[in-house]
Design a protein around this ligand. Structure first.
Ligand code: PEP
Length: 255
């Protein structure tokens, strides 16, 4: 059975105190999370250790870093390696979020290297993909996303891919309040699974969790999670509110 995942992406938001209060509120409100559901908190690097201590003993909670460097180690001031995350037992890492592709000019080759660094360190990558509005308007989203997968994700072999999660995040829906319709989300998730199946076979594709991201909130979560190929969500803005994110986690667990 595929894992169902509600992943929060705090980005560069919340003070340390606000973050700890939010985690405590979530842990109190989401006691009913159980297999096959997972809650993953992608928090800023300096908070990883403290959030890790808070979620210890909550077996369906896990942490993600929001990025790692594409090289193993070296003179790269301010950067964080996959090996460092691994040495702190951080189980997941976001790779290729559209904000990092855009603002940090991350290339598809670097993303492929980051994916390799993660799997070498037994970190499960959450690989983000998704098209800009101009591509959607031209109806070329399927080819665009297939190319993103081929250029980066497919550096992994089948065993390594089985450790990965994919997050489909249409750029026009991130932080805009404009969510993809459930039909658009389902069509793209089905397409991603077919592209993965063509590369790795039906079995591997059938076990891959594919999350939807882009203005997910309590009010649209039920509809999205009812789609057969949507295995959860990567949530930005709404993950900063304990009530909104709790409602999303509850939607996922009952879906
Ligand atoms: C994100 O950045 O991963 C995201 C999906 O943001 P939002 O939920 O705010 O659209």
């Amino acid at each position: 059975m595929r894992k169902k995942i509600a992943a929060a992406n705090w980005k560069m938001n919340l003070t340390f105190q606000e973050g700890m209060e939010l985690v405590n509120a979530l842990l109190t409100a989401t006691k009913a999370v159980q297999e096959p559901c997972r809650v993953i908190l992608s928090v800023p690097f300096p908070y990883l250790s403290s959030v890790s201590a808070l979620v210890k003993g909550h077996q369906w909670y896990a942490l993600a870093a929001q990025n790692c460097h594409h090289l193993k180690s070296g003179a790269y001031t301010g950067e964080v390696s996959a090996a460092m995350l691994s040495s702190m037992q951080i189980p997941y890492c976001l790779i290729g979020h559209s904000e990092r592709r855009e603002y940090n000019a991350e290339t598809t080759t670097q993303l492929a290297e980051k994916l390799m660094r993660c799997v070498e360190e037994q970190i499960q990558p959450i690989f983000c993909c998704g098209e800009p509005l101009a591509i959607r308007d031209k109806g070329e989203q399927n080819e665009y996303v297939a190319r993103q997968l081929a250029e980066s994700l497919f550096v992994l072999d089948a065993d390594q891919l089985s450790q990965a999660v994919v997050a489909y995040e249409p750029i026009w829906a991130i932080g805009t309040g404009r969510t993809a319709t459930s039909e658009q989300a389902q069509a793209m998730h089905h397409h991603i699974r077919a592209v993965v199946a063509a590369q790795y076979g039906e079995k591997v594709a059938g076990q891959l969790s594919i999350l939807y991201g882009g203005s997910v909130k309590a009010s649209n979560a039920d509809e999205l999670f009812a789609c057969p190929d949507v295995d959860g969500a990567l949530v930005g803005g709404a993950s900063l509110s304990d009530t909104e994110f709790t409602a999303i986690v509850r939607s996922l667990c009952k879906a």
